[in-house]
Ligand binder design. Structure first.
Ligand code: SF4
Ligand code: SF4
Length: 312
C-alpha cells in the first residue's frame, strides 16, 4: 500500500470560530484552540506527496484568515493543481473580496456546513451566499457535499459549492459523541448506529471502501482514522510523516478492523470478544464511546500493544 498517496485528507487547522454551536464536536468557538503558522507549515511538509482532495476545516477557517492564506499558499506550492482544495465553512464571514482571494489561492470547492438550527444564522444566509457564488461563476449544481470520489478525483473545470447541516437528512449520522455535543448532552444515543461504517467514520481509512474514499483526518495536529477522532491520536503530524504513521498502524489487526468499519471486532486480536464489545456498546449507547473505552482500557495507541494480560 502506498501511503504517500491519500485520496482524501480532512484537516481542522484551527478551532477558532465566530460561532459556538451546541453540537460542535471539537469545542470550537471564539476561545477555540489554535496552532501556529510554523506548526501548520510543518504539518503540510509531513503530508503525503500526493493528495487527491484536501478539505480545510475548523473551527471556522475564515476566522483564522491569515493562517488560512499562508496554508493555501504552501499547499499551492507543494501540490499545484493536482489536489482539489475544499473549504468547509459556516459562510458567515464570506464576502466578495475574500471569495476572490480564496479562488486565486486555489480553492476549488466550498462547502457551507451551517444550514441547520444549531448555527447562529440557522441557514438564513443561504440565498445571499448563493448570489455571491453565482456572481463569481462558482457552480452550484452539485449541492451534495458527500461527493462521490469520481466527482472530486476528476478535476472540476470550474469551482463549485454545496451546503449541508446537522439535520436528519444531511448530517452524517447524528451528533457525534464528542466535544460540546457531549457537554450539552445532545449526542446520538443509539447502540445500533455504526457511525464507523459511514463516510467520515474509520471505514476505509487505509484502503478506501465501496463508495467511500480512503480518508484520514488531522485534528489540529492529531492524526486520526476518522473525523470524530480516536481516544488518542495515531500520531503527531507536526513531527512525523503521515505516511509513516499510516504504515505503522496498518500492521495492527486492531486498526485493520477500524478500516473495515468494525469497531466491535477490533479487540478480537487482543482477547476482547465481540460479545463483550457489543454488551459495552449497548451500555454506552454509542460505538465511538466504546472505541474510546477500548483505547483507554485495553489497547495502547502509542505502542500498539494490549494494555492487559489475559489470564493464563
Ligand atoms: S459547529 Fe462549526 S460553526 Fe459551530 S462552533 Fe463548531 S466549528 Fe464553529
Ligand atoms: S468507532 Fe472509533 S475509529 Fe470508528 S468512527 Fe468512532 S472514534 Fe472513529
Amino acid at each position: 500500500m502506498n501511503f504517500n498517496h491519500c485520496e482524501s485528507l480532512y484537516w481542522v487547522f484551527t478551532q477558532l470560530c465566530n460561532d459556538k454551536c451546541d453540537h460542535c464536536y471539537n469545542l470550537s468557538g471564539p476561545q477555540g484552540d489554535r496552532i501556529s503558522e510554523e506548526e501548520c507549515l510543518a504539518i503540510i511538509d509531513n503530508m503525503p506527496d500526493r493528495i487527491d482532495r484536501l478539505i480545510l476545516s475548523g473551527g471556522e477557517p475564515l476566522a483564522d484568515r491569515k493562517l488560512l492564506y499562508a496554508i493555501l499558499d504552501r499547499i499551492q506550492e507543494k501540490y499545484g493543481v493536482n489536489t482539489q482544495v475544499m473549504l468547509q465553512t459556516n459562510g458567515d464571514l464570506l464576502n466578495g473580496e475574500i471569495l476572490d482571494t480564496l479562488l486565486q489561492k486555489g480553492v476549488t470547492r466550498f462547502d457551507i456546513a451551517s444550514i441547520d438550527r444549531y448555527h447562529k444564522h440557522a441557514g438564513a444566509r443561504l440565498m445571499d451566499l448563493a448570489e455571491l457564488f453565482e456572481s463569481r461563476g462558482v457552480n452550484g449544481d452539485d449541492k451534495d457535499p458527500l461527493i462521490n470520489k469520481e466527482n472530486y478525483l476528476v478535476k472540476a473545470p470550474q469551482a463549485s459549492w454545496g451546503y449541508w447541516g446537522a439535520t436528519e437528512d444531511m448530517w452524517l449520522g447524528g451528533n457525534w459523541a464528542r466535544g460540546r455535543a457531549m457537554e450539552k448532552n445532545i449526542w446520538k444515543r443509539d447502540a445500533n448506529h455504526n457511525f464507523c461504517k459511514l463516510l467520515s467514520g474509520g471505514i476505509g481509512f487505509l484502503t478506501g471502501a465501496e463508495g467511500i474514499p480512503q480518508e484520514i483526518s488531522i485534528q489540529l495536529w492529531r492524526i486520526n482514522p476518522c473525523c470524530p477522532g480516536t481516544y488518542k491520536a495515531m500520531g503527531d503530524a507536526r513531527k512525523e510523516q503521515v505516511a509513516t504513521v499510516l504504515e505503522r498502524v496498518a500492521s495492527s489487526a486492531v486498526f485493520q478492523k477500524i478500516n473495515e468499519g468494525d469497531p466491535l471486532g477490533m479487540g478480537e486480536s487482543v482477547g476482547i470478544s465481540r460479545e463483550f464489545a457489543s454488551a459495552r456498546n449497548e451500555e454506552l449507547q454509542n460505538v465511538c464511546r466504546w472505541c474510546d473505552e477500548f483505547f483507554r482500557e485495553y489497547f495502547d495507541l502509542e505502542t500498539l500493544q494490549s494494555k492487559f494480560q489475559l489470564p493464563s
